[in-house]
Write a protein that binds this ligand. Structure first.
Ligand SMILES: N[C@@H](CCC(=O)N[C@@H](CS)C(=O)NCC(=O)O)C(=O)O
Length: 223
């Protein structure tokens, strides 16, 4: 694991364990930037197996990034991290006050984190590829991504503005934008079928907070 420059002046104790290509870590990078929280970036090289070391196991017994350390508090899992940050640093809220819009944000975030990303994560796809071959691996990933995207498109089309639930960035956008960007790039998804999701990504892409969170902008990014 290697420590790198912080995103900006590091006046608080937040540390983010991340891997540049991880969409789960990308959610946290985006949220930290939206909330205006500076942090120290610690790279965990997944292909080299740095997440499998006893040292990393002390931070997350499940051996996944992201992990956030805030003083004595260690939180892993992007959903838990973002709810923790929301409670601890309420400055720029990631959840709207309106109960229905709040529920939609939680539902969209949950669809991404429970019903899309785990079904095309690196370790699982490697297993599918070994058992069934590369072609089957791609169609497996596409099937699960498209199933989730179809549901998200229906869920959001009547509530979306520039962003998922209006004209402000909230939790749903934090989960959606990295997922859409990574899925369309890596798994060749035809995004013209999902105009609401495409617009959400486009709006996020225009934000400096999102731009700074992108994989290629991270200290451990490879060409
Ligand atoms: N539900 C977890 C999932 C975390 C996760 O899947 N992380 C991936 C990177 S996106 C990982 O560390 N993979 C390592 C591996 O598959 O061994 C979260 O949202 O943080």
């Amino acid at each position: 694991m290697s420590s790198s420059s912080s995103s900006s002046a590091s006046s608080n104790k937040l540390i983010l364990y991340s891997f540049w290509q991880s969409s789960c870590a990308w959610r946290v990078r985006f949220a930290l930037n939206v909330k205006g929280l500076s942090y120290e970036y610690r790279a965990v090289n997944l292909p080299k197996g740095e997440h499998l070391t006893p040292e990393f196991e002390k931070l997350n017994p499940l051996h996944y990034v992201p992990v956030v350390v805030d003083g004595d508090v260690v939180v892993s899992d992007s959903f838990a991290i973002l709810l923790y940050l929301e409670d601890k640093y309420p400055g720029k809220a990631l959840l709207p006050v309106d109960p229905q819009l709040k529920a939609i944000n939680l539902q969209a975030a949950s669809i991404v984190s429970s019903s899309i990303q785990p079904l095309h994560m690196m370790g699982l796809l490697k297993h599918v590829q070994e058992k069934l071959g590369s072609e089957e691996m791609l169609s497996w990933a596409q099937f699960h991504i498209e199933k989730g995207f179809l549901a998200l498109e229906k869920l959001l089309k009547n509530v979306a503005g520039k962003f998922a639930t209006g004209n402000e960035v909230y939790l749903a956008d934090v989960f959606l934008a990295p997922q859409i960007a990574a899925a369309s790039k890596r798994f060749n998804i035809d995004m013209s079928k999902y105009p609401t999701l495409s617009k959400i990504l486009e709006s996020c892409m225009a934000l400096p907070e999102f731009e700074a969170s992108m994989p290629h902008r991270q200290p451990d990014a490879e060409p």
